[in-house]
Design a protein around this ligand. Structure first.
Ligand code: SF4
Length: 372
């Protein structure tokens, strides 16, 4: 298949592997931002093709994983109401909200559904708008989780509902933004990241001009990178080359999809419907200007306001070290619960549930346990 096969080509991968080994003279720690990249790395053994000088750590780019527990609890509270049809992508349904000491029964949206709640998996937020149109007597809520990649479609759903006068539709918004998270990682006292592989799909929407001041301020190379093994190896090569040459620029490995300015039409609909706000990240805490919330004009489409759950807060589990995993400080198998108290069948934290979660990738492809 074009744009897949050539980026999974063994010979091309080995060429980049040799080029990285020949280039890396000192030790470097790089972070791949996106959970999709993490899954490719673990699935295809990309990290096993790297010389000992290059260490990869996994970043915060799994939207399900960084959604704080309190938002899952808000989703459960709203979805449990008899008048509500709660729509979500499938990944969110099994994220536990009650992550105590591992002996309690966690609640998730799937258990709400099992108890009679009207929880539906949809493939687009526009499907949820359709459901609202067909069910005027019910309240239809879409769980809008994601980075910049999913923001245009979610914005379009609200925009369409507004234009068409559909008032029984709302969004439970958990949108986060990549650049502030990178800055939070770089300015943390325990940071070990010296270069980034930025997420290609996010940059397809947003372009990469917002990464240029970060590269300059923190003197880190940032390489916009795709998701196939050869993409990732090429991104690592470009990053290591910059580090060895003492450069810190933004480069674009994923030029088949990404333009410097991004997709202007997508950015316009985001700006029409959303505004930048502070957001809480699971295991990390609040990061200023790191999320999206609805503009005042669309406030009536905010499910937190509509259902009166905006003030709800909760403590996170102390057993789940997702915050350290998402900042690249620990690897998943270094969590004491990994493979023991926490498995995909009985997850303690979101990184073990999500298809982009680092813990799920390690469990699925390597089956390491905390005892390894
Ligand atoms: S294995 Fe991952 S998801 Fe599970 S408790 Fe540890 S850090 Fe959290």
């Amino acid at each position: 298949m074009k744009f897949i096969d050539e980026y999974r080509d063994r010979q091309a991968a080995e060429q980049f592997s040799r080029a990285i080994a020949a280039t890396a003279k000192r030790s470097w720690t790089l972070m791949e931002v996106c959970g999709g990249q993490t899954h490719s790395i673990v699935k295809f053994g990309v990290d096993e093709l790297l010389p000992k000088e290059v260490t990869l750590v996994h970043g915060p780019g799994c939207p399900v994983c960084v959604t704080p527990v309190e938002l899952i609890e808000k989703a459960i509270e709203i979805a449990s109401r008899p008048e509500v049809i709660f729509c979500s992508f499938g990944d969110m349904l099994r994220v536990p909200a009650h992550v105590g000491d591992g002996h309690e029964t966690p609640m998730d949206l799937l258990s709400v559904k099992a108890q009679g709640g009207d929880v539906r998996i949809v493939y687009s937020p526009l499907d949820a708008v359709q459901i609202a149109r067909k069910n005027p007597a019910r309240q239809v809520v879409f769980f809008a989780v994601g980075f910049e990649t999913t923001a245009p479609a979610n914005a379009m759903a609200v925009f369409q509902a507004y234009q068409q006068g559909i008032s029984n539709f709302s969004l439970l918004v958990s949108h986060v933004l990549v650049p502030p998270a990178m800055e939070a990682i770089l300015s943390s006292p325990d940071n070990r990241v010296q270069g980034f592989l930025a997420a290609g799909h996010v940059c397809t929407v947003m372009g990469y001009t917002e990464y240029e001041p970060i590269a300059e301020k923190y003197h880190v190379p940032i390489v916009v990178t795709g998701f196939e093994p050869v993409d990732i190896l090429q991104g690592i090569f470009l990053c290591v080359k910059q580090l060895e040459e003492g450069r810190a620029a933004v480069e674009n490995q994923y030029a088949r999809s990404v333009r410097r300015a991004g997709n202007r039409a997508a950015q316009q609909i985001i700006q029409e419907v959303f505004r930048v706000i502070p957001r809480k990240w699971r295991g990390v805490g609040e990061i200023p200007r790191s999320g999206l919330g609805l503009q005042e004009k669309y406030r009536e489409y905010d499910a937190e306001v509509r259902f009166g759950v905006a003030e709800h807060t909760t403590e996170e589990s102390s057993e789940c070290i997702a915050g350290l995993v998402l900042r690249g400080i620990r690897k998943p198998h270094e969590c004491l619960a990994f493979g023991a108290h926490c498995t995909p069948e009985r997850p303690l934290g979101a990184p073990m549930v999500s298809s982009e979660g680092a813990c799920a990738a390690y469990y699925r492809y390597r089956r390491l346990s905390c005892r390894d």
